[in-house]
Design a protein around this ligand. Structure first.
Ligand SMILES: *Cc1c(COP(=O)(O)O)cnc(C)c1O
Length: 387
């Protein structure tokens, strides 16, 4: 990296490493919350046919406003959460990561702040850094819930222009009750954003990347959209929809908020190939979401199993309540030892979250068995060695 010294890199980037979990060639991959089931042959065939059709006009730029795809996504959300949305209330980009960057580009910037509540998704501070937005890390409670009074106090003290709430949260799996989100929206409405029209208030983003995995009775923040023009709810096809490789994330918000994002997106940011593949995949919503129920059941069984395992001090492991397709468990005196022990046995999980904790994604029943066997062995070694 010696050449870096010769480049006029922004000083705040000089010691930064690119984001990303290790992409290792290991038999059991449980580290990035992917869906373990490949798209079926039927889904692959539709995608191939529709992409071939789109390829015939690749000499032309794609449809800049992609209203047909936005209409399909609105139809999907109506079905999934029973919330009525117009195509103009949907926005999409190459992954919900890009959608959230658009939000920071439009509503953050120099002189403004963005806030979230840690531990949470580690990409949020990067969107802030890349848009010259001051970053505020508020806090969650010891059980990873968000105290609405603490959240409102942070918002009042810091006056952020953008507030990011992951629900279910990554890496903890914690979903937020609607009254907590409403308390944040209320505090956000009283924020004075620098250089914004009086009374504009802050934008609240609820990142629902894992929404489809939520337990029965856990609501979606989509239900709050009708009353909150400053709210954006982001979703993705990367997790439940088993299409992480597609790079299609989207949001639902007021049409006015979506219009603001159209200003900052790059021209033709969503390729004709992506649009065609996403619409093709959405034709098979039933098939693609068929495994979500079994992944949820597998998740609940995993949590119960982990809670029955002895931790380092002999008492059972602690597992955060989870509405997502992963579980955060621990704490271990040296989580690196556990992580490496699993890797040595062909199982890759993620060293992420507060010190001592580990995150494991929900895989197929076979993958879960491999994880359980490996973990029981590694914990057994640890306790015999006195940790
Ligand atoms: C996986 C994930 C996303 C989705 O990212 P994409 O860019 O859509 O693949 C968004 N937010 C959180 C918290 C995630 O864990």
């Amino acid at each position: 990296m010696v050449y870096v010294n010769l480049l006029p890199l922004r000083p705040e980037l000089a010691s930064e490493a690119p984001y990303g979990a290790p992409q290792l060639d290991v038999p059991v991959l449980l580290n990035v919350n992917e869906n373990p089931y490949q798209p079926s042959a039927e889904v692959v065939a539709t995608i191939a046919a529709d992409v071939a059709e789109a390829a015939r006009s690749l000499n032309r730029y794609p449809d800049r406003d992609f209203l047909p795809l936005r209409a399909d996504l609105a139809t999907y959300l109506r079905r999934e959460s029973e919330v009525e949305l117009a195509p103009e209330q949907i926005w999409a980009a190459n992954g919900s990561n890009e959608v959230m960057l658009h939000l920071l580009q439009a509503f953050g910037g120099p002189g403004r702040a963005a806030a979230s509540f840690a531990p949470t998704y580690s990409m949020y501070p990067e969107y802030a850094r890349d848009t010259h937005t001051r970053w505020v890390a508020g806090r969650r409670e010891a059980d990873f819930t968000l105290d609405p009074v603490v959240a409102a106090a942070t918002i009042e003290a810091e006056q952020p222009a953008v507030i990011l709430l992951a629900s279910p949260n990554n890496p903890t799996g914690t979903a937020l009750p609607l009254p907590t989100i409403e308390a944040v929206l209320d505090a956000a409405s009283r924020v004075t954003v620098p250089d914004a029209p009086a009374g504009a208030g802050a934008v609240v983003v609820v990142d629902e990347a894992y929404a489809e995995f939520r337990r029965p009775g856990t609501p979606s923040a989509l239900e709050l959209l009708a009353d909150h023009p400053n709210l954006a709810v982001t979703r993705t096809m990367s997790k439940a929809f088993t299409a992480a490789g597609l790079r299609l994330g989207y949001l639902a918000a007021s049409a006015a908020l979506v219009d603001a994002l159209r200003v900052v997106r790059l021209p033709y940011h969503l390729s004709a190939v992506t649009q065609a593949a996403a619409r093709a995949a959405l034709k098979h919503t039933d098939v693609l979401l068929a495994q979500v129920d079994s992944l949820r059941a597998e998740r609940d069984a995993l949590v119960a199993w982990l809670r029955a395992q002895p931790g380092p001090d002999g008492t059972p492991l602690i597992v955060a309540d989870t509405d997502a397709n992963f579980a955060l468990f621990g704490p271990f005196p040296d989580r690196g030892v556990i992580w490496r022990g699993l890797l040595d046995r062909g199982v890759l999980i993620r060293e992420v979250g507060p010190p001592g904790w580990l995150r494991v994604s929900v895989g197929t029943p076979q993958e879960m068995q491999a994880f359980k066997d490996a973990l029981a062995e590694v914990i057994g070694l640890g306790s015999r060695g006195g940790w």
